[in-house]
Design a protein around this ligand. Structure first.
Ligand code: DC
Length: 235
């Protein structure tokens, strides 16, 4: 089976739109692989901070990126929870910090870093299929994806979701600071020259501001079925 014939669902959009939860649910339901590409950028950011590499030292960052080995492991069979491992360490919690989000967004703007992570992301395309979540899944990494979804939601709603998530984890944060961080990262991710955050022309845009995960999931399954029916008719 050639890599191009393995189906891919690409899910893009800014943070806090529910890409990860949707992606995990789709992958579990379909029995497909799942790629959280943001976790790669976050882990690279974490490594850079560990090694005191400044975020504009492209040469050292590219060196780190070329050797980056990130392993995704099931936390427990069937739990749908993923553990992210790097250099023998469980970095699942660490890479979700605001510091790592900031580092990832800065590093992700560098074309050399995006290029260095491309092959690693594409290697996740394995039978029977892949659900990939990120910013450029449908526009660059898997431009030939079977189905492209772009999730959006208002920045206020996304900050509120993140606030609740952190509160539940016992982390004390300020809603205004979260909103400012989101707006800053959105601006950087959208304005960068290399694979900026934007919907592919053939992506289906879903605004999740007032939709729960179940409703978004049903919509995507419907779209996938419709696409498969259409592909079947054209054969
Ligand atoms: O999805 P996330 O919040 O974990 O991503 C963290 C950062 O990584 C985000 O600011 C943008 C960047 N990123 C990217 O540029 N391209 C991707 N495919 C995934 C993430």
């Amino acid at each position: 089976m050639s890599s191009e014939s393995i189906p891919v669902i690409a899910i893009d959009g800014p943070s806090g739109t529910g890409k990860g939860s949707l992606g995990v649910r789709l992958a579990r339901t379909l029995g497909w692989h799942f790629l959280d590409s943001g976790a790669l950028y976050r882990t690279l950011g974490w490594l850079a901070m560990q090694e005191a590499v400044v975020f504009d030292d492209v040469v050292r960052l590219a060196h780190l990126a070329a050797r980056l080995v990130v392993e995704f492991r099931d936390a427990a069979p069937g739990s749908g929870e993923m553990r992210v491992m790097c250099r023998g360490e469980d970095v699942t919690r660490s890479i979700r910090s605001e510091a790592c989000a900031h580092a990832a967004s800065q590093i992700a703007a560098l074309p050399a870093i995006r290029a260095a992570l491309l092959a690693q992301q594409r290697s996740f395309r394995q039978p029977p299929g892949l659900v990939a979540d990120g910013r450029d899944m449908g526009t660059a990494v898997f431009a030939d994806a079977t189905l492209k979804i772009y999730l959006s939601a208002s920045p206020e709603e996304r900050a509120e979701r993140r606030y609740k998530q952190l509160k539940d984890q016992g982390v004390n944060v300020n809603l205004r600071d979260l909103l400012d961080g989101i707006l800053e990262r959105d601006a950087r991710d959208s304005a960068r020259g290399a694979s900026p955050l934007r919907a592919a022309p053939d992506a289906v845009i879903i605004d999740t501001t007032r939709l729960d995960l179940g409703a978004v999931f049903e919509r995507v399954i419907y779209l996938l079925d419709a696409r498969e029916r259409r592909a079947g008719k054209n054969q």
